[in-house]
Design a binder for this molecule. Structure first.
Ligand code: FES
Length: 159
């Protein structure tokens, strides 16, 4: 099971700072997912082993958090908010624009594996609606043109 050196360092560091092994589970899952794009059976088994948990305990946590996934997703996870504040400022149109631009629907992943698209509930950026999140980055006060530029930037980053 090969994790990167960076992962191993973060993991070792977290174990020093959290009171129990179990308390590092969520951040460990997030870091592991960042590396592989999703949490494979193999990753789940390895993390359970390292943290003295059963695979079922780990899977229960994975299924609880929407940002964790056991299915392959794109490198960049585009989450467009269509909840009330965003909806009133064009969030739904923005989501539809994204569907067209990426050629995939809700929970879809582009054929090149670069982008996954998801329509989500409030992401806590209501004051700057409409908003979207790509991986850990927030993009606010969006228009279709602004969102196009954002997506193009991520595409460039991947080359
Ligand atoms: S409603 Fe969209 S960020 Fe809160």
């Amino acid at each position: 099971m090969g994790f990167s050196e960076e992962f191993e360092q973060r993991f070792a560091e977290m174990l020093k700072h959290y009171p129990t092994k179990r308390s590092v589970l969520v951040p460990t899952l997030l870091y592991a997912q960042d590396e592989g794009g999703y949490l494979s059976d193999e990753l789940i088994a390895e993390i359970a082993r390292r943290l003295d948990l059963t695979e079922l305990e780990v899977r229960n946590v994975v299924s609880y958090y929407s940002m964790l996934t056991t299915k392959p997703r794109g490198k960049y996870k585009v989450q467009v908010c269509t909840n009330i504040a965003c909806m009133l400022r064009g969030g739904e149109e923005l989501f539809q624009h994204c569907e067209k631009k990426l050629g995939v629907g809700h929970k879809g992943t582009t054929a090149d594996g670069l982008f996954s698209l998801e329509e989500v509930e409030c992401i806590g950026a209501c004051s700057w609606a409409p908003a979207a999140q790509v991986n850990y980055d927030f993009h606010e006060n969006l228009t279709a043109e602004k969102l196009d530029r954002v997506l193009d930037e991520y595409r460039k980053l991947s080359h």
